[in-house]
Design a protein around this ligand. Structure first.
Ligand SMILES: Nc1ncnc2c1ncn2[C@@H]1O[C@H](COP(=O)(O)OP(=O)(O)O)[C@@H](O)[C@H]1O
Ligand SMILES: [Mg+2]
Length: 229
């Protein structure tokens, strides 16, 4: 008897086929990047718009990251492909909720399949690579307000926030928080700890690069103000 093993490229093809069948995309374009745990391509949506097709690709690094993840352990012993599908569906869940509450500064979500997520293309630069900002205070405040809105309206915390998961559109200086599969609900017992880590990462970056000094506890209080969660 012959046996077959599906590889990542095969899974990408199956997912892409489903995206086309579901009328979410009609074409795939150039690769735009390889992230820590994904591969991204430009795409064209059914109505001709430019989108990003993100294929989750959980690979060996997952071992380390899984220690702090809120998910993935349930797939222990199963393959990287399954872990990637779980990661993709986690990101789809987060984006669906964030879009439902119209959280500003989060990419629009168009649909997905298996480990693939189709989102709005954000023309911009990853925050970690930005060398100069005319008004860093304003950019930091925008990021804090996205965290606050996600927290208070959508009841979600990013869970993997850092300068690597923020894109700044340098044309209009609008900030976006991307890469949501590690999200945690505000009702989760670890919520406070996860929120604190997210905010701390961002504040540390702005302190190091733009010499901005904001008090962590004050920012946390601002984010949680008016919430009982
Ligand atoms: N919607 C988007 N528009 C433009 N570039 C994006 C978008 N989403 C991700 N990217 C780019 O791809 C990189 C990896 O995406 P990300 O969602 O952070 O995946 P990973 O889990 O692999 O870190 C980002 O750092 C960013 O440069
Ligand atoms: Mg990322």
């Amino acid at each position: 008897m012959e046996a077959y093993r599906l590889c990542f490229l095969g899974l990408d093809c199956v997912a892409l086929h489903r995206l086309v069948m579901k009328n979410i995309v009609k074409a795939i374009g150039d690769e735009i990047g390889v992230g820590k745990e994904s591969k991204l391509y430009m795409g064209i949506s059914e109505d001709g718009g430019t989108v990003v097709i993100k294929f989750h690709r959980i690979w060996k690094s997952f071992r380390n990251i899984s220690k702090v993840r809120s998910y993935g352990n349930e797939t222990k012993g199963t393959s990287w492909l399954i872990k990637s599908i779980v990661s993709g569906s986690r990101e789809r869940e987060a984006l669906t909720i964030l879009n439902r509450y119209s959280i500003n500064g989060v990419p629009k979500f168009y649909g997905g399949a298996l480990h693939a997520v189709v989102i709005e293309y954000i023309p911009g630069v990853d925050l970690y690579a930005v060398e100069y900002l005319e008004n860093p205070e304003e950019v930091l405040q925008q990021i804090i307000d996205i965290i606050k809105n996600a927290y208070s309206k959508a009841k979600l915390i990013h869970g993997d926030l850092s300068e690597h998961n923020v894109i700044i559109n340098l044309e209009n200086m609008k900030s976006y928080i991307i890469d949501w599969p590690q999200y945690v609900s505000t009702a989760d017992p670890r919520a406070y700890e996860v929120l604190k880590k997210d905010v701390e990462n961002i504040l540390k970056f702005f302190k190091r690069k733009f010499k901005l000094d904001k008090d962590l506890n004050e920012v946390i209080r601002y984010i949680m103000k008016g919430n009982n969660a």
